[in-house]
Design a protein around this ligand. Structure first.
Ligand SMILES: [Zn+2]
Length: 321
């Protein structure tokens, strides 16, 4: 359904993207292409997006749950996020080779989460530098086993070769880094602690497209793993940006991106408000989990999987206010 909705909003679709889309429409072709290539759509000239499955990582979806990007300049290519396993990273590079003959110059890892970061080994073995937030190396180092083991459990043999790769190039807050792809410059910005403490945004100057990764979830419930209040502050700043479109880390590209941010703000503010209320009345975490924010249940995919965890994270953050 997402791809059909996308068809109506996409203004610039190349022949190649059409071919990829046609492959999506036939189940047998879909099964075949899932084995050797990822299904990208061209969302602007030279900009390709693979929508992740709206599920938790499992053997059926092979861990392909995060949105991934390929941006092609006149001289070189940048990839945004590596996918959740070595094999997904490898499939991603194979897909890039079908899109263009130009070399992949950088892998940009938008933050530490396994579904975005753990495919990086496929890039590292080809000598492609990994770019990330200055906090990314520390964040990944602390979580090596915690991240890799569940992937092996969920994906089995499909997780072979998966390991944590630390960034070669880092971006510091207040000091944007520009990557020149030839006729197209990407501006990388290290964000203050929000979804995680290592969120990176990528602004594509040519397409006027801002990649927010997991700073924005569309349809799928947001996951708080950095700071609830920090995230709300960052969203306030982001919503003032003057860009035509944004790409979320999960879910479709929104037709009205400010409305999508407002919808997420609404959920996060409800979380903060509800948890503060429980704390004010002397309640504990269990009470907060059992009562806060449940009215948002039918508004978000995977609510049952993540909402309780969000309330727990919010409680830990807000109880010392
Ligand atoms: Zn994430």
């Amino acid at each position: 359904m997402i791809h059909h909705a996308y068809l109506t909003t996409n203004l610039a679709m190349s022949t190649r993207a059409c071919i990829l889309l046609l492959a999506l429409l036939t189940p047998s072709a879909q099964a075949q292409s899932a084995a050797d290539a990822l299904q990208f759509v061209e969302i602007a000239p030279g900009v390709y997006l693979r929508h992740g499955a709206m599920e938790v990582a499992n053997a059926g979806n092979r861990g392909h749950i995060a949105n991934l990007g390929v941006i092609v300049g006149d001289e070189r290519v940048a990839v945004i996020d590596a996918g959740g396993s070595y094999n997904e990273g490898k499939a991603l590079l194979d897909t890039v080779a079908r899109i263009t003959d130009l070399p992949v110059a950088w892998l940009i890892v938008t933050h530490m989460h396994p579904d975005h970061a753990l495919g990086a080994a496929a890039f590292a073995e080809r000598g492609i530098p990994v770019v990330g937030h200055v906090n990314l190396a520390d964040a990944l180092s602390r979580r090596r086993d915690a991240y890799v083991k569940p992937v092996i459990e969920a994906l089995g043999r499909d997780a072979d070769g998966t390991r944590v790769v630390l960034p070669d190039v880092t971006v510091m807050p207040g000091r944007d880094v520009e990557l020149d792809l030839g006729g197209r410059v990407l501006q990388l910005r290290a964000q203050p602690t929000a979804h995680t403490n290592n969120d990176l945004t990528v602004y594509d100057t040519k397409a006027d497209l801002l990649w927010l990764s997991d700073l924005l979830f569309v349809e799928r419930i947001p996951v708080v793993d950095g700071s609830l209040l920090g995230w709300l502050a960052v969203l306030e700043v982001l919503s003032q940006r003057n860009v035509s479109r944004v790409v979320p880390g999960h879910g479709p590209v929104p037709t009205d991106w400010k409305a999508a941010i407002a919808r997420q703000q609404d959920y996060l503010e409800g979380l903060a408000r509800g948890v503060r209320e429980v704390i004010r009345h002397g309640g504990g975490i269990a009470q907060a989990v059992a009562s806060v924010g449940l009215s948002a249940r039918d508004r978000w995919e995977l609510f049952d999987e993540y909402h309780g965890r969000n309330v727990t994270a919010a409680f830990a953050e807000l109880e010392w206010e």
